[in-house]
Design a protein around this ligand. Structure first.
Ligand code: ADP
Length: 487
């Protein structure tokens, strides 16, 4: 039986991407196709999406979608099967998907993503489209599950938490605009700390909750990582599971990557040298003998970037160099800018978002530093291992699920793929960087780690199977109930 899934999401690579969510949403349809799952992605009609959309057909006019003029348009773009929420009033602005031109959250985000959820529920309930299940992502998609629940629909829903730190919280005033029954403003509903949290509303309503690594699924049960949702996660524990993200092995393949100065594979690692040279030129770095560390990240405290900035001098003193690509907190950016000024030719920084450069860094740097305070899954360590760019990462969430630390035993057994450290402090990070510098000096040991990472299977095959299994488990009872009702 083919399961038809409506994936409700606010970004999908290569159309719109602000981080890992976009990569995952863009990769899921192909990841699930081998398992008899047909996944259609419902996405807002941002300008980039409307421009790319081909083979359009209007599948549903929605004259009053929470008071907004909208329509749902089916089509294809970048190989994805899409249904687009075409609502110019909500999504026609050019720029970042969630922020205004000053970098602040858009003031109508509450309406934009409630509308996405409302449209998803209406579409899924309309039997003509044949959807068996709705899979909503993060707070932006989560209201789909909420509307289905309050509509009394039997369509099962899955909500995936890509980052529980973003609750999608809005003041109580928005509630009356959401067209939910008054009873929904309750602990058993959408209410959260006196306002409305779309993530909470979705987690409360969903038939299953997933998050993007088994360790993060455990961590979010605790106050330290649960960000206030730990009570709900524990209460719904029987429905929570962790499925680690895969990567798009085609888009991220060093043997064919057109973004690289030189392609290579596990037998031709020496060709990475041309990529390193390209990075040195792009970042204004002098050549050097020690390891070239890189960063490709949002520059935020979640990512531990303040701590890396604090140890920049130590990193240089131990013989390392650093090429950093990212954007985020002004204070963190300023700290790296100052470090680059102190260490001309040894630290190079580029603030902004640059997909091509992100591939180049993975293809030429020796190691990627990921000192995250929490990390639901993390993708850059997976890309790093695939590209022979060894991760130096905090032992948290998906980082600890996917990297094998280069401790003595793992090194002896030849299974080490990176460096993990406990507790995101300047001391622990410095110690991990020192370990990396020491092993880098032993060319054979370093190469063995690179090779081990490159041989790893980070494809979607295992995780695709797990999602398919979950969908089928949820859909089966519904199908049986419908059949019984018909008999
Ligand atoms: P998160 O989603 O929390 O930001 P992930 O590691 O899951 O972190 O995913 C980050 C994704 O965004 C990766 O694909 C990474 O390569 C990309 N990325 C992050 N910052 C930049 C940047 N400044 N330029 C290009 N790509 C970036």
């Amino acid at each position: 039986m083919t399961v038809r899934v409506l994936s409700v999401v606010s970004e999908a690579y290569p159309l719109v991407k602000t981080g890992g969510l976009g990569d995952v949403a863009g990769a899921l349809p192909a990841a699930l196709a081998p398992y008899d799952v047909r996944l259609t992605t419902l996405i807002p009609g941002y300008p980039a999406v409307m421009k790319a959309l081909e083979n359009r057909t209007v599948v549903r006019p929605m004259h009053q979608l929470l008071g907004v003029q909208a329509r749902l348009v089916a089509g294809t773009a970048a190989g994805l099967d899409l249904i687009v929420l075409d609502a110019p009033e909500l999504f026609a602005h050019v720029g970042a998907p969630y922020c205004d031109s000053t970098g602040h959250d858009r003031s109508d985000n509450w309406l934009r993503f409630a509308a996405l959820g409302r449209a998803a529920a209406d579409l899924a309930k309309d039997g003509a489209h044949g959807f068996d299940l709705v899979h909503a992502h993060d707070w932006q998609g989560a209201m789909a599950a909420t509307y289905l629940r309050f509509d009394g629909s039997s369509i099962p829903s899955v909500v995936t938490i890509h980052n529980i730190a973003f609750p999608g919280w809005f003041p109580a005033e928005v509630f009356r605009e959401l067209e939910l029954p008054p009873s929904a403003f309750a602990v058993e509903g959408v209410e959260y700390y006196g306002g409305v949290s779309y993530l909470k509303a979705g987690l409360w309503a969903a038939d299953a909750i997933t998050t993007v690594s088994p360790t993060y699924a455990e961590e979010i049960r605790t106050p330290e990582y649960g960000m206030g949702f730990e009570g709900l996660i524990v209460a719904r524990a029987g429905r929570v599971s962790g499925i680690v993200n895969g990567i798009d092995m085609g888009a991220w393949n060093p043997a064919t990557d057109a973004n690289l100065a030189a392609t290579y594979d596990v037998r031709t690692l020496h060709q990475r040298r041309a990529n390193k040279r390209a990075i040195e030129i792009a970042f204004g770095l002098a050549e050097g003998n020690g390891p070239l560390f890189c960063v490709i990240s949002r520059l935020t405290t979640q990512k531990g970037m303040d701590v890396l900035a604090a140890v920049a001098d130590e990193l240089i003193a131990m013989g390392g160099r650093l090429a950093l690509l990212g954007s985020g907190d002004a204070k963190v950016e300023a700290a790296f800018q100052a470090a680059a000024a102190r260490h001309k030719g040894k630290i190079g920084v580029k603030f902004g978002y640059d997909e091509v450069l992100s591939h180049r860094l993975q293809g030429g740097a020796d190691a990627i530093v990921i000192p995250s305070r929490f990390e639901p899954c993390g993708l850059t360590q997976l890309y790093g291992m695939r590209y022979g760019c060894v991760p130096v990462a905090a032992r948290t969430g998906g980082l600890s699920d996917t990297i094998i630390d280069a401790n003595e035993a793992a090194l002896c057994a030849g299974v080490a793929t990176g460096f993990l450290f406990d507790g995101v402090t300047p001391e622990s990070l410095t110690k991990a960087l020192k370990r990396a510098v020491a092993i880098y000096a032993d060319r054979k040991a370093w190469r063995a780690m690179q090779e081990q990472g490159m041989k790893g299977d980070f494809s979607w095959s295992r995780s695709g199977a797990k999602y398919a299994e979950l969908y089928k488990r949820l859909v089966k009872p519904v199908v049986h109930a419908v059949r019984r009702a018909r008999q």
